[in-house]
Design a protein around this ligand. Structure first.
Ligand code: SAH
Length: 209
């Protein structure tokens, strides 16, 4: 099993040939070892074309969903970005290659600790993983050039729109428990202009206490 070859093949077959065109996104997906973020028992499946289980009933998103979400932020490299639902930290690691500073919020303390450990082990130092309820955003780092939500929301949390810069982009799966639309929006004159990227299934964005 050669995980590096599998990673290169994942980028070509699961991403580039399915329409991911941003060369920086493809390079980041080709660089970050997904196997470092999945549980030991799943490592050999690190590059399968789907989501994989994490602990606490959570999942690490399908590579294509990560690539579509981060591509829609249209990052150039000098942005400050907020991720809601850091989970394993994989998408945060991808974002670390595409933006200047990443704040990643995760509500389950064990997952926060694990994501921090893995990011440290890879020498990624521009990501802050924060244990909090991401529905409130993270005012300390605001305003953001981009916000990406990796859990399904019934509606877009208003705090996220507030904390987004004018002209900034927001990507969020919106819908019910069993299916959502991945929405990509741009903030213009204080309001979101939204397009639907695809249908998707994310774990729910839960309400914190
Ligand atoms: N981006 C992750 C996958 C996330 S799965 C990765 O790359 O691995 C969605 C995550 O959202 C889960 O870990 C879940 O615990 C978290 N989550 C759910 N509701 C949340 C909330 N209100 N605030 C922060 N995180 C939340």
């Amino acid at each position: 099993m050669d995980l590096e070859k599998e990673r290169a093949s994942m980028v070509e077959h699961q991403l580039r040939r399915r329409g991911i065109g941003d060369s920086r996104v493809l390079a980041a997906m080709g660089e970050v070892p997904r196997e470092a973020f999945v549980p030991e028992a799943e490592k050999r499946y690190a590059y399968v074309d789907g989501a994989l289980p994490l602990s606490h009933g959570q999942t690490i998103s399908q590579p294509l969903m990560v690539a579509m979400s981060v591509e829609a932020l249209r990052l150039q490299g000098d942005e400050t970005v907020l991720e809601i639902g850091a989970g394993s930290g994989y998408q945060a690691a991808i974002l670390s290659k595409l933006a200047k500073k990443v704040y990643a919020i995760e509500i389950i303390p064990d997952l926060v600790a694990n994501a921090r450990r893995v990011l440290d082990s890879l020498g990624i130092d521009n990501v802050e993983i924060i244990c909090a309820d991401g529905r409130k955003g993270w005012p300390e780092g605001a305003p953001y050039d981009g916000i990406v939500v990796a859990a399904a929301a019934e509606e877009v949390p208003p705090a996220l729109v507030e904390q987004l810069k004018e002209g900034g982009r927001l990507v969020v799966p919106v819908g019910g428990r069993w299916g959502q639309a991945l929405q990509a929006s741009r903030k213009r004159h204080g309001k979101l202009e939204t397009e639907e990227l695809c249908r998707c299934v994310f774990v729910p964005l839960v309400h914190g206490s």
